[in-house]
Design a binder for this molecule. Structure first.
Ligand SMILES: [Ca+2]
Length: 412
């Protein structure tokens, strides 16, 4: 065939294809997206999440008791029912004793302490320091157990919601994809990417961002603001999901407490905070209830390394949580308030948290899911929290959705 004929034929094929795509925009499933079918589901926490709370809370309290039992002289309060009060009392007693022992004896100082007395006092002081550390470890578990109660309360009660069909990204937006966006639009890569280049010393608050995973193009992009996530979504012809869409998609057409099922986390279902993370950054140890379980990823994992949920969507628990669009607390709180079921002692979580600089719930934007530093409890499908839209952190990423009727192919 002459070259000119080939060019002509190729041109005709291209015209035919583009016409077909324009007429039937939704017949071709977009690459890397899953069609989430229309349906209804209960948005928010219910009896299963309450069961999870009770189980994890019990484990934490047993963990606290085990720590106390293992320490000398603390056996007395290992069996106590109200660990919060008993621990607070014990911590104060130890602190007072430390204060006394840290000063030379006897008083008045005109009578000097003998060398033996000094040695004994220092030995007692060392013992008190050790006891104090043990008590603090136990207290961290008890405090976490109590916080969980209010966290779950912020997700209750479940409310039946209707959801229209939509396409959702199978995977979170990756570092590689976001880098392309930045090159094309003059946006800047977020700070973990720069810290990974510069080393751990460059970020005192999150030293773990020096981990090589923050440079792996296959890992999810994190620490972007909600504005940046929205800008990326618009660039690829998509949008951020609503909280309801996200949670419905995370359920995967099932009624389980985690995206993978009802079974406890064992390290194979999702990338959560485990022993590898603590090895990298010990500060996370007290807050993790399920140690020494592990998934072998200290920080981010490449997207799609863990099994997908019932809809074929990956990492709906663990790795990086996902920005959503719309006020996080609005839906459930408003419905609860309208129904008059809000308990009298209810405190809106995080509304006055200094971490948010005194900002109100109304100023916050939603994040759903969990990240590499979260616990099994946070891996529940209903897990959600609000933060300022400019507040990107290393475990916060995003994924996009689009409506089936939109003409975009969803690929770029
Ligand atoms: Ca992990």
């Amino acid at each position: 065939m002459p070259p000119r004929m080939l060019v002509l034929l190729w041109g005709m094929l291209m015209v035919t294809n583009s016409t077909s795509a324009a007429e039937h925009p939704s017949t071709e499933p977009p690459q890397d997206m899953v069609l989430v079918p229309a349906g209804s589901f209960t948005f928010g926490a219910g009896p299963k999440e309450r069961q999870l709370l009770n189980r994890v809370r019990k484990e934490l309290l047993e963990g606290a008791r085990a720590i106390l039992r293992s320490a000398d002289g603390t056996t007395d309060f290992a069996q106590a029912e109200d660990l919060t009060t008993v621990l607070a009392t014990a911590i104060k007693q130890v602190a007072d004793a430390r204060s006394r022992e840290s000063k030379p004896h006897p008083i008045p100082p005109a009578v000097s302490e003998t060398a033996e007395e000094t040695a004994n006092r220092k030995q007692r002081l060392a013992q008190l320091v050790a006891t104090s550390e043990v008590l603090s470890q136990a207290q961290a578990k008890v405090v976490l157990a109590e916080k969980m109660v209010s966290w779950l309360r912020a997700e209750e009660p479940g409310v039946v919601q209707q959801v229209e069909a939509f396409y959702m990204d199978k995977f979170a937006v990756t570092i590689g994809q976001y880098l392309e966006f930045c090159k094309a639009t003059q946006h800047e890569m977020p700070f973990p990417y720069k810290s990974a280049v510069a080393g751990a010393a460059s970020n005192k608050r999150f030293p773990e961002v020096a981990d090589p995973s923050f440079m792996d193009p296959k890992c999810p992009i994190t620490a972007v603001t909600q504005l940046e996530a929205k800008a990326y979504a618009a660039w690829v012809g998509k949008r951020l999901p609503t909280e309801i869409e996200w949670q419905y998609a995370a359920r995967g057409g099932r009624d389980t407490v985690f995206p993978w099922g009802d079974e406890p986390w064992d390290g194979t279902q999702a990338n959560l905070g485990g022993a590898s993370l603590v090895k990298l950054n010990p500060k996370y140890s007290p807050s993790l209830s399920h140690l020494p379980k592990d998934d072998r990823f200290a920080c981010l994992s490449p997207v799609g390394r863990f099994p997908p949920n019932g809809f074929g969507i990956y990492d709906m628990a663990g790795n990086a949580s996902n920005w959503c669009d719309g006020n996080p607390w609005f839906m459930s709180y408003l419905l609860v308030k309208l129904a008059g079921e809000l308990p009298k002692d209810f405190v809106e979580p995080r509304a006055k948290d200094p971490y948010f600089g005194g900002h109100t719930i109304e100023e916050c934007q939603p994040l759903c899911g969990s990240g590499y530093l979260n616990t099994e409890f946070d891996a529940r499908v209903t897990h959600r929290y609000g933060t300022l839209l400019m507040h990107g952190e290393p475990e916060r990423g995003f994924r996009c959705v689009r409506n089936p009727t939109d003409g975009s192919t969803g690929t770029r």
